[in-house]
Design a protein around this ligand. Structure first.
Ligand SMILES: [Zn+2]
Length: 452
């Protein structure tokens, strides 16, 4: 029996009334059971209505609204939306629940700008072995646990920039979260991502062996167009292109696609109301990606003042992924804090400083997956360590990411009418960024997932 189908519900309601009035004498056991069942359904319906109309009044010590820090603010949540936020007396609303959040800072749900939920730290298993040896089932099981860890760390949205060999499984993961099967963040997904044929990995030393690749390969304008359209049809919210990769003669990063090829992908994505983004480490790869119309550049290790000025001029944001390099170098033996900084870290700090100086919009995205999911705050701490003001880092992880990714109408700020994605952390992260790890309360879509 489809117990929760409305038509069945109506039939179930009407039937016993008719039956009872006509055959009162025959009021037998089955009728009783049916009425009990109906009462159960009615109770379910009222519970459902109560949940939809639930009102929470949140009282933290301070509120970061996505732009500024405020004290003495109250935030009212009704259903899955923010009803009101600001300085006000505690409103009297029937059936509302007051949630005291003393000593905490309430923020918009944090937005991870660069995640790979289908990857786990490379010091556990190398990227190559994850792509080649781990089954899709194992990778999905891992992704489920990663999604939960991400949400519990206060990140209510992730932009997942490629499944790295796990096909379109990010679409299934996203739907499962949306259906409430598993806890997890909202997902903005790139699905397979696109690489130039022969430029990506894993690679085999035996030319006769063709290993499964970590992204979709294309080798012509026709294939680029076809691949973009295919990925969109399978659920991609954003198209990711590898504008360069380590395919140089000596294994160095070199540009892969022409500006025209990137522009073709961008135009198709834009037609479908989507953005294109580029992995790019080299200045030439970054330049082609910017001129090809992408919305964000990921990594940008060799970015200089000139390229960052061009990005600012064209309105292209920068997602520096500081934590990925920091993690990989430590996996390779660097003892952070006791040994001198490797040249790659010094160069990264220099390029990040150049980006700040040029005034390019900075996203918050750590390339999490290279390091542990749930440890997303690592990027925010490094952004501060590398010279960004803490309040600007908080903006990057909330309103800036929402604006840049095209989701300002629903997330990224504590503002009336936006979705009730809210996080409370102990202390004030604008004074000490490590406080962003002390997650006390997580609400997504008006539902409480964590409350210590
Ligand atoms: Zn990545």
């Amino acid at each position: 029996m489809s117990r929760f189908h409305l038509c069945d519900f109506a039939v179930n309601c009407l039937w016993p009334i008719t039956y009872c009035s006509l055959q009162t004498a025959n009021f037998h056991y089955l009728s009783c059971m049916r009425i009990i069942f109906i009462l159960f359904l009615v109770l379910q319906l009222f519970t459902c209505i109560a949940q939809t109309d639930s009102v929470y009044i949140l009282k933290p010590a301070r509120v970061f609204d996505g732009e500024q820090m405020h004290t003495d603010w109250i935030v009212v949540v009704k259903g899955n939306k923010i009803e009101a936020a600001g300085k006000m007396n505690v409103p009297t609303i029937t059936n509302s629940r007051i949630i005291e959040l003393p000593n905490t800072t309430l923020l918009p749900g944090l937005i991870e700008g660069h995640a790979h939920l289908f990857l786990h730290p490379y010091n556990e298993v190398s990227w190559n072995d994850q792509v080649i040896k781990e089954s899709r089932a194992e990778r999905t099981v891992r992704a489920v646990t990663h999604a939960r860890a991400t949400l519990m760390a206060g990140f209510t949205t992730v932009r997942d920039l490629g499944t790295e060999g796990a096909g379109y499984d990010d679409a299934g993961l996203k739907r499962s979260i949306e259906k409430g099967l598993i806890p997890g963040p909202r997902m903005i997904i790139a699905s397979k991502a696109i690489v130039a044929k022969g430029s990506y990995g894993p690679r085999s030393e035996n030319p006769e062996v063709h290993l499964p690749q970590g992204a979709a390969e294309v080798s012509s304008m026709y294939e680029m167009e076809s691949e973009v359209r295919d990925q969109i049809s399978k659920g991609a919210d954003v198209i990711k292109i590898y504008a360069d990769y380590r395919w140089g003669r000596d294994g160095q990063a070199m540009p892969t696609f022409s500006t025209e090829a990137i522009a073709l992908a961008t135009d198709i994505a834009k037609s479908g109301g989507r953005q294109s983004v580029a992995h790019a480490s080299t200045t030439e790869g970054m330049r082609r990606a910017v001129l090809g119309g992408v919305s964000t550049i990921e990594h940008g290790d060799e970015g200089n003042e000139e390229i960052f000025r061009l990005m600012k001029e064209k309105g292209v944001a920068f997602c520096p992924t500081l934590a990925a390099g920091d993690a990989i170098l430590q996996y390779n033996g660097w003892k952070k804090g006791t040994e001198t900084e490797p040249a790659r870290i010094i160069a990264k700090k220099k390029s990040f400083a150049a980006a700040l100086k040029a005034g390019v919009t900075i996203c918050m995205g750590g390339d999490v997956g290279v390091f542990a999911h749930g440890d997303n705050a690592r990027e925010m701490e490094l952004m501060v360590e590398y010279g960004m003001k803490p309040l600007d880092v908080l903006r990057s992880a909330t309103s800036v990411n929402a604006d840049v990714f095209g989701y300002a109408g629903s997330i990224g700020r504590i503002r009336s009418g936006l979705l009730a994605d809210l996080v409370a952390v102990d202390g004030d992260p604008s004074q000490n960024m490590t406080n962003i790890r002390k997650v006390f309360f997580v609400m997504k879509d008006g539902k409480i997932f964590k409350h210590l």
